[in-house]
Design a protein around this ligand. Structure first.
Ligand SMILES: Cc1ncc(COP(=O)(O)O)c(C=O)c1O
Length: 451
């Protein structure tokens, strides 16, 4: 491992004030989620409250952001992974494998594919036959293969915005983004089917990307919505590409409905993309999969995709997770739900100029910072900074001004909504230990009060 940042871990955390956090947040006692603070932390014997230091491992979330912002950054809440140790079954399986010290070419064992098939059937009642399944080195390369299989170069690809920025960059590799904006009604996002109908009707639209649960707005789409969407896509002969990578994180009061569990005619017009990478925090391994009940769609993807080889250690990690990780996942889900409730209560009760919705799925919170943008004069600052920089540089957005404000004044990094085409919004990652979350929210509160 190359230790790019020579930061002393203990000193760093001490400086961040993390060690003292438990006492410093005593005033948060009125918050509703406080009571359930450690449901997931202790119920199954996993210590998610542990602050597990990732600095010095070249991780994008901590090291990458410290490189960008310097040591003023104390708590990064941007990149969508979690700070917890993985499920013990994963570490055990990897330990066993690395005790054998040869890493030559390997085949993908049937047991890996069986673990995917069994997981989907056991947890969600989704039946995947082995022949319908294709490996993919991470989710986005699989999605790109599907776009290439179903679209001529330059075709429009419909996606919903605000939307995951990885879709933007993937579509742009040869295609054009056609935006179907989600409608926000009283703080709740819903699909705009009239607009979607118009977008899907265009001659050069052949594919629609669905994100369920939705990154970044956090919606977990219900069966009626998915059915209406699917019928519209079928009517226009547009194939649904369902990214369900966040499906294992859904609040206790919501249900994840796999696209592949809808009516047959809808399922036959779709491809689903999944991975154990979000659920078990294995993104670095680069292993994902896709499947469709429609053999024609699968053979068209096979013809263009380079999906033959996936990461061998990732196969071992994912298989262990899918075979033996249920307990850990169920515990971390409870913990993350509590984090989400705690964060939205805290922000809505105590932080001026920002409001938060509790996400229905994902561990990402989507914040409304419009009043803060106004308060900071961020629109004017962004315009002035854009005018002062070279014309080919990316536009500075008001949300980027808010991002910088929180890094500089709170030591906390949250992502600008503009990265997801969500003006006036910020995305906050809640996949971290509760003491750090409390620390971050306290810092955000203070900074917002000073604005
Ligand atoms: C909706 C969604 N799809 C795909 C990805 C990326 O998946 P991968 O790293 O497997 O390409 C992410 C990562 O944040 C995501 O949120």
């Amino acid at each position: 491992m190359s230790y790019q940042y020579k930061i002393d871990r203990r000193a760093f955390l001490k400086q961040a004030g993390v060690a003292a956090v438990a006492g410093s947040m005593a005033g948060a006692g009125s918050l509703k989620a406080q009571q359930g603070a450690s449901r997931g932390a202790s119920a199954a014997g996993y210590d998610f409250d542990e602050i597990y230091n990732r600095i010095g491992t070249n991780c994008s979330k901590w090291d990458g952001q410290i490189e960008r912002w310097g040591e003023q950054l104390k708590i990064p809440m941007g990149v969508a992974d979690m700070d917890f140790r993985v499920a013990p079954c994963i570490t055990e399986a990897l330990r066993e494998r690395i005790s054998h010290e040869v890493y030559g070419y390997m085949a993908t064992p049937d047991s890996y594919h069986d673990s995917i098939v069994n997981w989907n059937e056991r947890r969600y009642g989704t039946v995947i036959e082995r022949g319908m399944l294709l490996d993919s080195p991470a989710l986005l390369p699989g999605l790109l293969a599907a776009l290439r299989a179903f679209n001529p170069p330059g075709a429009r690809v419909v996606m919903q915005t605000p939307g995951y920025n990885g879709f933007f960059s993937t579509i742009r590799k040869g295609f054009v983004i056609e935006e179907n904006r989600l409608r926000e009604v009283n703080g709740v996002y819903e699909m705009d089917f009239d607009d979607l109908d118009r977008k899907l009707a265009q001659d050069d639209v052949h594919t629609f990307i669905l994100c369920n649960p939705h990154n970044p707005v956090g919606n977990c789409w219900d069966r009626a919505t998915l059915t209406e969407l699917g019928e519209l896509c079928n009517r226009h002969n547009v194939i649904v590409l369902a990214d369900e990578i966040h499906c294992d994180f859904v609040n206790e009061d919501r249900e994840y409905v796999p696209y592949a569990n809808l009516a047959d005619d809808l399922v036959m017009n779709s491809v689903t993309f999944k991975s154990a990478s979000k659920s078990f925090n294995l993104a670095a391994f680069k292993d994902a999969y896709l499947f469709s009940h429609n053999p024609d769609l699968m053979s068209r993807i096979r013809a263009v995709g380079d999906n033959a080889t996936i990461n061998s250690l990732g196969i071992i990690a994912s298989q262990a997770a899918l075979e033996d990780g249920d307990d850990w996942l169920d515990a971390v889900r409870v913990y993350l739900s509590d984090n989400a409730r705690y964060a939205s209560d805290f922000i809505n009760e105590r932080v001026p100029h920002i409001s938060a919705n509790e996400p229905e799925g994902t561990y990402l919170s989507w914040l409304n910072v419009e009043p803060l943008i106004e308060r900071l004069g961020a629109v004017e600052t962004a315009a002035a900074e854009t005018a002062a920089q070279s014309p080919d540089a990316d536009e500075v957005t008001p949300e980027a001004i808010v991002e910088r404000y929180f890094v500089e004044n709170a030591g906390v990094k949250i992502n600008p909504g503009s990265s997801y085409w969500g003006p006036g919004r910020m995305r906050m990652n809640l996949g971290l230990a509760r003491p750090l979350l409390e620390e971050a929210l306290g810092r955000i509160e203070q900074a917002a009060r000073q604005a």
